[in-house]
Ligand binder design. Structure first.
Ligand code: PLP
Length: 379
């Protein structure tokens, strides 16, 4: 129940990748047959990814995943437009893959505005409008939040950016395969995607860059990806990503319809059976597979460890914040006090989850929470 962290490979993805982990090992830059075969596979995958996003293949640049795509978008645009401006607008609830490049820019003479969100995690488009100044070069707002699942009003925000002549970047890492992600409908000039969140392999993703967008590369070398991202291509990963994207575009509705009722049962069951529990994020405008709770008086980490004993994989929120042991910056931005924010549990469902899985969690979680509360001096 932690599909926001990662997903298993779709069987069709594994099947498509296997030849490229075996006999088809050519380097796409080589002129001989094996190289040309690898090049063809990479370009076919690029066409699949572009098709899924409603983009042109020339606008898709493969990266090592969502983190690199976010870094490239933010630092790449900021460097390219340094003469024109020094200001970036983003939100307090972005993934660290966006926030850290923004902090890096601040250390290097740029200004960054971190917009607040309301209690459900939503950004107010009017705040974006007010934050844009003549020196603003980029606005970066995620499509949906990885911790609490809140879906941002991206279309409204991108319209404001277009009218102001400012580039709009969207981190869509959590939404491809769960919602419709079409670059024109979202109005994105740049959009980040990661394969391992959509039943593709880890370590591969892409940045969509609308034709004509000014951006500089961060990784220099042999000039692969039209000079945007040097380094020999991860051919097997890219092939798997292409297939995963095609499936995501074809199946996102069906996948959502599978997880939404399971998620709703989880939410109802948990709030109905566990006292002092609450749901974080927006009640309706949220990812169909996401449920994020707070259980007062106990630590989310402790709940996760107890659930792990029972064979249930769950998380407190983002993988990064659990490693650092700090309260989630997302929950704090929602106005939740730190002592409560430590009691978070995120359950994110996927293709393989069943009603039995939900029942098993609902049978066990109330006892886990009760046991932990019995040991908690706060309770
Ligand atoms: N952006 C968001 C919203 C994410 O949830 C994640 C991963 O958790 C990333 C970026 C980073 O993606 P990757 O794991 O491919 O580097």
């Amino acid at each position: 129940m932690d599909h926001a962290a990662t997903t298993p490979l779709h069987p069709a993805v594994t099947e498509a990748m296997l030849p490229y982990l075996g006999e088809r090992f050519g380097n796409p830059s080589s002129v001989y047959t094996e190289g040309r075969e690898a090049r063809r596979a990479v370009e076919e995958a690029r066409a699949r990814v572009a098709g899924a996003l409603g983009a042109d293949p020339s606008e898709v640049f493969f990266t090592s995943g969502g983190t690199e795509a976010d870094n490239l978008a933010i630092i790449g645009v900021a460097r390219a437009l340094r003469e024109r401006g020094d200001h970036v607008v983003t939100t307090a609830v972005e993934h660290h893959a966006v926030l850290e490049p923004c902090r890096y820019l601040e250390k290097n003479g740029y200004r960054v505005t971190y917009l607040p969100v309301d209690g459900t995690g939503m950004v107010d488009p009017d705040e974006v409008r007010r934050a844009i100044t003549p020196g603003t070069i980029l606005v970066s707002v995620m499509h949906a939040n990885n911790e609490v699942g809140t879906i941002q009003p991206v279309e409204e925000i991108s319209t404001i950016c277009r009218e102001a002549g400012v580039y709009f970047h969207c981190d869509a890492v959590q939404t491809v395969g769960a919602l419709e992600v079409n670059v024109d409908r979202l109005g994105a000039d740049l959009l980040s995607v990661s394969a391992h969140k959509l039943y593709g392999p880890k370590g591969v993703g892409c940045l969509y860059v609308r034709r004509g967008t000014e951006i500089t590369s961060l990784i220099l070398g042999g000039g692969q990806e039209k000079g945007m991202r040097s380094g020999t291509e991860n051919v097997a990963g890219i092939v798997g990503f292409g297939v995963a994207m095609e499936l995501a575009a074809a199946e996102w509705r069906e996948r959502s319809e599978h997880v939404r009722p399971l998620r709703d049962r989880l939410v109802e069951g948990i709030l109905g059976s566990i006292p002092r529990s609450s749901l974080n994020g927006h009640p309706e405008r949220r990812l169909p597979n996401n449920a994020n709770f707070i259980f007062d008086f106990i630590e989310g980490e402790a709940i996760c460890l107890r659930l792990d004993f029972l064979g249930i994989a769950a998380s407190t929120g983002s993988a990064c914040s659990s490693e650092r042991g700090e309260a989630s910056h997302v929950l704090l931005a929602l106005g939740i006090p730190p002592e409560r924010a430590h009691g978070s549990l995120r359950l994110t469902l996927g293709r393989e989850n069943t009603e039995e899985d939900v029942d098993y969690l609902l049978e066990n979680l109330p006892r886990v929470v009760e046991d932990l509360r019995a040991m908690s001096p706060l309770a």
